[in-house]
Design a binder for this molecule. Structure first.
Ligand SMILES: [Zn+2]
Length: 131
C-alpha cells in the first residue's frame, strides 16, 4: 500500500483532524449571519470572524431536541438514514440571546441550537469560507 492511497490518506485525515470538542469553543461565540449559502448548505458567520458553509443535512442530523436525543443517556435516537438527504430549513428564529430554533422541511422544529453548539457543528461539518 502506498502512502497516497485513499485509505491511508483518509486514516491520516482522521488522525490529524480530530473533531473539535466543546471545551475548544471560543467564549461568547455568537452567530452574526445566518443565511442560505447554496441549495444544500447554510452560511454561518460568527463574531470570531469565522464563516462556514454547513450542509443542512448535518445540522438537521445533530438536532439536540428530546425526540432526537435520549435525555437520560445523551444517546442520539435519530439515525442518519432517518434524515432526508434534501432536508432544508424553512425558518430560523432567535431564542433569547443564546440559541436559534430551526424549522425544517420535514416539519421538525423542536430543536434549539445553542450558539456554541452551532459553532461546533460548523467547525466540524462545514467548510471554512473566507468572507
Ligand atoms: Zn430534534
Amino acid at each position: 500500500m502506498t502512502l497516497d492511497s485513499p485509505l491511508v490518506s483518509s486514516q491520516f485525515r482522521a488522525m490529524t483532524q480530530a473533531p473539535v470538542t466543546r471545551n475548544q469553543v471560543p467564549q461568547n461565540v455568537v452567530p452574526v449571519q445566518i443565511d442560505r449559502y447554496s441549495e444544500r448548505e447554510m452560511l454561518l458567520k460568527f463574531n470570531t470572524g469565522e464563516a462556514f458553509a454547513v450542509p443542512f443535512f448535518e445540522i438537521r442530523f445533530v438536532c439536540p431536541c428530546a425526540s432526537c436525543v435520549d435525555e437520560n443517556t445523551g444517546k442520539r435516537i435519530l439515525k442518519r438514514e432517518d434524515v432526508a438527504q434534501d432536508v432544508r430549513p424553512t425558518g430560523v428564529s432567535l431564542v433569547g440571546r443564546y440559541a436559534v430554533q430551526i424549522q425544517w422541511s420535514d416539519l421538525h422544529s423542536t430543536g434549539m441550537y445553542a450558539f456554541d453548539q452551532l459553532w461546533l457543528i460548523a467547525k466540524n461539518t462545514g467548510k471554512a469560507l473566507s468572507l
